[in-house]
Design a protein around this ligand. Structure first.
Ligand SMILES: [Zn+2]
Ligand SMILES: [Zn+2]
Length: 315
């Protein structure tokens, strides 16, 4: 008998972790940039980060392909002639990890034998082939052309979206990089949790742009953007200069229609209701307001404009 057979979710988890680590390695270099040294020189110096990220992407994709194959049967992954399987009575047990598993072309063909074609993006085979060739050149020491961080980041986002669908990249980022242990220890080097997520999305926005990013979200992030009352409530800080609030806007009408009253924040993943009414502030063109919850106000209600955060008291 073959023992210790892996399951689909284990492979999927490993696949996602490889892709996320590739992404995090790139962010870490960019987050340590200084104003003195030009970014392109830093990336020439850090080509090793991009090359190892590409190897990780290949590893991550293989994990995701294996995860899908496992849903049919993990035995399809075994790369050994059946005549050599020790599975008959009295032939002893063998662990799955003692077997070689299929890779490359065999893996791709077995994957497509197991999935519904409609669920996989048309561009996936060329995407995988491109990564496979570059990865082989890297691991065999044959060198590769200079890689750019934008190019490798796009490969990571596409790998998620092509295989796991829209939102899968960002959901994985939010799930993996949350609850930093520093929060339990009042570590002053660790920022408010969601502000890390704001920085992550702003980072991608600066280097890839919303046009590229929108392919990876089910919410239309190129629509008009709004403040999220839930994120603001968590992040508001009272300082000597007054109340400081984050001004980054990642909440969107969902669906994005003129009379829509449902909104989704992609940072805290909250869906909430709004009303459509013009902001009373003269220079603000906003027409989306949110009712702030406050128990002490009696008959009064405070409505806030999600474009400029102007608070309006109503009876
Ligand atoms: Zn939010
Ligand atoms: Zn306003």
């Amino acid at each position: 008998m073959i023992k210790d057979i892996p399951n689909s979710s284990e492979y999927q988890n490993v696949g996602i972790e490889c892709l996320l680590q590739a992404y995090d390695n790139i962010c870490n270099v960019d987050n340590a940039l200084s104003p003195e040294t030009p970014r392109d020189k830093i990336w020439n110096y850090n080509q090793i980060v991009l090359r190892t990220s590409l190897v990780l992407i290949h590893q991550g994709i293989e994990g995701l392909l294996k995860s899908e194959i496992c849903k049919k049967s993990p035995l399809l992954l075994i790369d050994r002639k059946r005549s050599d399987w020790k599975t008959l009575p009295n032939s002893g047990d063998e662990s799955f990890s003692d077997f070689n598993t299929i890779g490359g072309d065999d893996l791709l063909k077995t994957f497509y034998a197991c999935v519904n074609l409609k669920e996989i993006h048309d561009d996936f085979p060329t995407h995988y082939e491109d990564i496979r060739i570059k990865r082989n050149k890297i691991v065999h020491g044959l060198g590769t052309e200079n890689l750019t961080p934008e190019y490798v980041l796009k490969l990571i986002l596409n790998s998620f979206t092509y295989l796991l669908g829209k939102d899968s990249f960002w959901d994985s980022v939010l799930n993996k990089f949350y609850e930093h242990p520093g929060f339990e220890h009042d570590d002053s080097h660790v920022e408010w949790q969601d502000s890390n997520q704001y920085m992550r999305i702003e980072y991608l926005n600066v280097f890839l742009g919303k046009g590229e990013l929108k392919k990876h979200f089910s919410v239309n992030i190129t629509a008009r953007e709004y403040l999220c009352p839930f994120c603001i409530e968590k992040a508001e800080e009272i300082t000597e200069e007054g109340i400081l609030r984050p001004d980054s806007k990642w909440a969107f009408l969902n669906p994005n229609q003129p009379n829509s009253t449902d909104m989704s924040c992609i940072i805290c993943r909250t869906d909430f209701g709004v009303i459509r009414e013009d902001c009373i502030k003269e220079d603000c063109k906003g027409n989306v307001k949110y009712l702030l919850e406050d128990e002490d106000l009696g008959d009064e209600e405070i409505w806030v404009c999600l474009t400029c955060w102007n608070e309006e008291t109503k009876k």
